[in-house]
Ligand binder design. Structure first.
Ligand SMILES: *Cc1c(COP(=O)(O)O)cnc(C)c1O
Length: 435
């Protein structure tokens, strides 16, 4: 599989070049060239095979020129010490829990795979690299944990002082080793500007090999297709009905990965894009008009995105034809009130805690199942974060405080280690050169 920039369809780069450059030099996103047919592989997957086995097979089939079967296996074993878990709410409504990784959110799958792939490729080339990234909270902790202790890689994370939650700050600043947290006396926008300017500083880049691990990296996108395939492998033996995936969405990377799996031959009937009040994609599906705008704050804050970066990739898949996209993707908008109501109901009726993002997905799934076209379809809703990461909302809705999983509770006990830094690119440059 090769990749092209969404701004230049004739361009071609390898997986290696695509993941180390992150964004194409013309500002486009890397997107797969062509669509491999893996339908036979998908149908042949054993319903009880461990996630790692399935992941290795699929990665070797997708990227044979970069990773042979052995390398794919080693990378997936290094990346996935955790697995998705499928939970039955009702026969027609399943939850695909993606929060059993180190940072307790689905972003662990993409970040861990990218880290293991980079580690493998740098060892092949005998090179070192510095991952430089700005975070407003969640992405940074997945990246910090994923790259911890990877030989050949150092990680520098910038976060805005006083503007991330206490748990997020601990997750960023307690990893240690090859992971350094820079506490910027400024806003998230300052952090992003400093990182952007560092990437285009030519003399700095001649001295330090800088690379990014942000969410538009195609090395984070591809592995997210794996858990859709995994859910199918678990379900197709005992579910004769059609399978629909419901995806709580912000930047639409998760949904795009599912759409790619479908294009490669996964038998999926459709997708439901669940958003909060930031509804530019559901609006596009309704009207054919895409109108990015500033985001508004909601309880599902990882979905507070007014200009979703992966929309460009969705347009590529459907040839920018809204009718084709509409035939495969439905949009549902869920308000904060309905999110709280769903958290309360699922706790009361099914004994499960769900976080606000997953709750938005469940409301959207219910609407689909109550609609006319649903028939006896099974809806798999992606559970994107551990409920204890959003303890305020969950407690407000249910009156009960979910317990922090051990791996998060332990983080709160560790001492914070962060280097304070002024919000200027010169200060970042000095730090990077003095390391
Ligand atoms: C990032 C995130 C989302 C949104 O995922 P996208 O791929 O950006 O659409 C949803 N829920 C949680 C908990 C997240 O962290």
């Amino acid at each position: 599989m090769e990749f092209y920039s969404t701004r230049d369809r004739a361009s071609r780069v390898s997986f290696r070049d695509a993941i180390f450059s992150g964004l194409a030099s013309d500002g486009g996103l890397y997107h797969p060239v062509g669509e491999p047919s893996l339908a036979a592989l998908f149908r042949g997957l054993a319903p009880d095979a461990p996630f790692v086995n399935m992941a290795s097979e699929v990665i070797a089939a997708l990227l044979p020129r970069t990773f042979n079967a052995d390398a794919a296996r080693r990378i997936c074993e290094r990346a996935f010490s955790f697995t998705p878990e499928l939970r039955t709410i009702t026969p027609q409504l399943r939850l695909l829990e993606l929060y059993h990784g180190p940072s307790c959110a689905f972003k662990d799958f993409g970040a861990s795979f990218l880290a293991a792939a980079m580690e493998y490729l740098l060892q092949e080339d005998q090179e070192r690299a510095v991952i430089l990234t700005a975070t407003s909270g969640d992405t940074g902790s997945a990246v910090a944990r994923a790259f911890h202790n990877r030989p050949g890689i150092d990680v520098v994370i910038l976060y805005p002082s006083g503007r991330v939650s206490p748990l997020q700050e601990r997750q960023l600043t307690t990893v240690g080793g090859n992971v350094v947290a820079l506490e910027v006396s400024g806003s998230f926008d300052d952090c992003q500007r400093m990182v952007k300017e560092a990437f285009i500083d030519r003399s700095l880049n001649e001295q330090v090999r800088l690379t990014s691990a942000n969410s538009i990296n195609v090395g984070r996108l591809l592995p997210q297709a794996l858990y859709y395939i995994y859910a199918f492998s678990r379900l197709h033996a005992d579910v004769a009905s059609e399978i629909v995936f419901c995806v709580p969405s912000g930047n639409f990377g998760n949904l795009t990965a599912g759409i790619l799996a479908w294009r490669w031959g996964l038998p999926v009937t459709g997708f439901i894009a669940a958003t909060n009040a930031n509804d530019v994609v559901p609006e596009y599906l309704r009207s054919g008009e895409f109108t990015p705008r500033p985001s508004v704050q909601t309880l599902a804050n990882a979905m507070d995105v007014g200009n979703p970066s992966n929309f460009e990739r969705m347009l590529e898949v459907f040839g920018a034809d809204v009718k084709l996209m509409r035939a495969m993707v439905g949009g549902e908008v869920v308000t904060d009130d309905l999110i709280l109501d769903a958290i309360r109901r699922y706790h009361r009726d099914h004994g499960v805690f769900v976080d606000p993002h997953t709750a938005a997905g469940l409301v959207a799934a219910e609407r689909y199942l109550e609609g006319e076209g649903a028939g006896d379809a099974t809806v798999v809703t992606l559970a994107t974060a551990h409920p204890a990461k959003f303890v305020e909302s969950v407690e407000r809705a249910t009156g009960v405080r979910p317990e922090l999983p051990d791996r998060l509770a332990r983080v709160m006990e560790l001492p914070k280690q962060a280097i304070p830094i002024e919000p200027t690119t010169a200060a970042l440059r000095d730090y990077l050169l003095s390391r």
